[in-house]
Design a protein around this ligand. Sequence first.
Ligand code: PRP
Length: 213
Amino acid sequence: MKAIIVPEQGLIHSCDRAEIRPPPAYRGRIERLLISSTHIRARVARIAREIAVDAARVNADQLHLVVVLKGATVFGADLAREISRARGPELRFNFIKASSYGNGTVTRGEVKIEGSLQYARGRHLLVVEDIIDTGLTMARLKRYLLRERKAASVKICALLNKPDRRLPRLRKELAIDYAGFDIPDLFVAGYGLDCAEQMRELPCVVVVNDRAF
Ligand code: PRP
């Protein structure tokens, strides 16, 4: 399932003009709206329908979601409800925490994985992510779930993807099974994504004014 490409000027539905005015707490820190909630809602529903159809095709009556903390919690919750609306398979919720080692913005390429993973063995898993950037976290997670936790299969679902940031060695290797939006290399927050732990609650995706931090 191919992603929708988001242009620099964003995807804004006319009925979501109110989202352009940021809440007072974040005034001055939000540069602009990138993807409005109407576009997100429609895309999440579309991804959910695709997941439901694919599950029916292979007679899968149960699907284990693996929601990556913290960013993917908002997307994961909406996606689960849409899969149910689309008459998809019965769902199980699982959570995993993955964090990159490194100092500041420089990652050393090591990813620490935390969480109870008893559910993984022999299961068909769908890893739910808010954003794939360099691809390091997802590549490591996938390898870990398949090789060390012996999952039967691992599919990837990511709402946002930054193809320009992908590490060259992961460009081919890391295929996203269900992709929401390809976005430009901008500092974004909202819909689960944070900026120094703020803005996760916004219903839309915004571009952060990094000079304000
Ligand atoms: C973000 C995101 C992914 C990862 C992607 O998590 O949710 O897990 O970074 O980056 P990568 O493709 O370069 O590896 P973050 O570390 O911001 O944690 P959070 O989800 O708790 O906000």
